[in-house]
Design a protein around this ligand. Structure first.
Ligand SMILES: Cc1ncc(COP(=O)(O)O)c(C=O)c1O
Length: 374
């Protein structure tokens, strides 16, 4: 095939880091799989029922681009009740990934800079580059806290946006109220768009998640149903923020994703009535078990949310350590360099059955003790 067929932007990122682990996982018999970024609980039965009813009653055509009133109106009133902002509009997207793509499309011109906290969710770096933007990394090692002075130093006249997620993927770090407030105020003062990805906000174990929109009414919030309700395959997310930005995102949705899946918007509306407290409490226990299980063997900043832990490798590079984990223990974890400029840590997901967590802890403790395989 002529090389010129593929656009330059196809070289913006390489998805092989995670794919390599997934491919290996598919080949191994009975692996200990701590690589998956989705809940292990199924969609609640009421939500499944709502999806079935929507399909059976013919809600299978295109949905309104901005989202069906059944869901959008409900989200709008929740957002209004929480923030009370004069100008905060909601619309429904094809997953929160869809919202992220649309946000970057409508906000970035080539050469615009975006502050990205390192370690970062893989899509942030990739999507910024795809639209010609330039990620500017603010390193948060070793404790993964947000140091707003470092953010201020990284801002330039070309900075358009700050991409922020709390609880964070891959570290599970939860920013404190003071950190969130300082970041929100800095963004307001310097007139940069603060994009707050709140997809893990329910998975917050030591207190409620704080949204920067509480302090900065022009924050663009990205959210979704994938993680909270165990429905990542149903592709329903939403975004809310200043209506001028939201209207542009809806315009771009019309010419790209078209709409979020119609029947699952009805399911999303039913999901909003549910209490996911039991599932979240189970994940808090999983978090506690991982932290206790790795204590003494790994340098680990105890994660306050999401369902990931990001320990430092006890020997070798992140890549070497993960290779040994897979070869010797069939333990699937992700090397830190997939999420970072550094290759010193690894990500594990504890969104798995308790029995898998126990197998993972045993394997990790043995791996830490024996430096073999490098
Ligand atoms: C931080 C973060 N944002 C967004 C997403 C995308 O979620 P979805 O597109 O399923 O809503 C993920 C998924 O892993 C994530 O970790």
């Amino acid at each position: 095939m002529p090389r010129r067929w593929l656009a330059h932007r196809t070289g913006c990122f390489d998805a092989s880091g995670i794919r390599k682990v997934f491919d290996l996982g598919a080949k191994l018999a009975d692996p200990i799989n701590l690589s998956i970024g989705q809940p292990d609980f199924d969609v609640p039965v009421e939500v499944r029922q709502a999806a079935i009813e929507a399909i059976q009653s013919g809600k299978n055509g295109y949905a309104l681009t901005q989202g069906m009133p059944v869901l959008r109106d409900k989200l709008q009133s929740l957002v209004e009740k929480r923030f009370g902002h004069a100008d905060r509009e909601v619309f429904v997207t094809s997953g929160s990934s869809g919202a992220l793509v649309l946000a970057l499309w409508v906000l970035l011109d080539p050469g615009d800079e975006v502050i990205v906290f390192d370690p970062y969710f893989v899509m942030y770096d990739a999507l910024v580059r795809v639209v010609g933007g330039q990620p500017v990394f603010v390193d948060t090692y070793p404790d993964f806290r947000i140091d707003v002075r470092r953010v201020a130093e990284a801002l330039s006249p070309r900075t358009k946006a700050i991409l922020f997620d709390s609880p964070a993927n891959p570290t599970g770090a939860v920013a404190s109220r003071e950190e969130v407030r300082a970041l929100a105020e800095l963004a307001a003062e310097r007139e940069v768009v603060l994009i707050s990805d709140e997809i893990y906000s329910y998975f917050c174990y030591d207190g409620p998640a704080v949204s920067p929109a509480e302090f900065n009414p022009r924050t663009l919030v990205i959210d979704g149903f994938s993680k909270t309700y165990g429905m990542p395959g149903w592709r329903v997310g939403f975004a809310h923020g200043p209506s001028e930005i939201i209207q542009q995102m809806i315009k771009f949705q019309q010419y790209s994703f078209v709409c979020a899946p119609h029947p699952f918007q009805w399911a999303g509306a039913a999901a909003l009535d549910l209490d996911m407290g039991a599932q979240i409490a189970a994940y808090r226990r999983k978090r506690d078990r991982i932290v206790a299980g790795l204590a003494g063997c790994y340098e680990l900043v105890a994660p306050g949310g999401a369902f990931y832990a990001f320990p430092r490798v006890p020997w070798g590079t992140g890549t070497e350590f993960v290779e040994a984990a897979i070869q010797q223990y069939k333990l699937l974890i992700i090397p830190g360099k997939v999420f970072s400029r550094r290759d010193t840590h690894f990500r594990l997901s504890y969104a798995v059955p308790d029995e898998t967590i126990e197998r993972g802890i045993t394997a990790l403790r043995q791996l830490a003790a024996h430096r073999s395989g490098v």
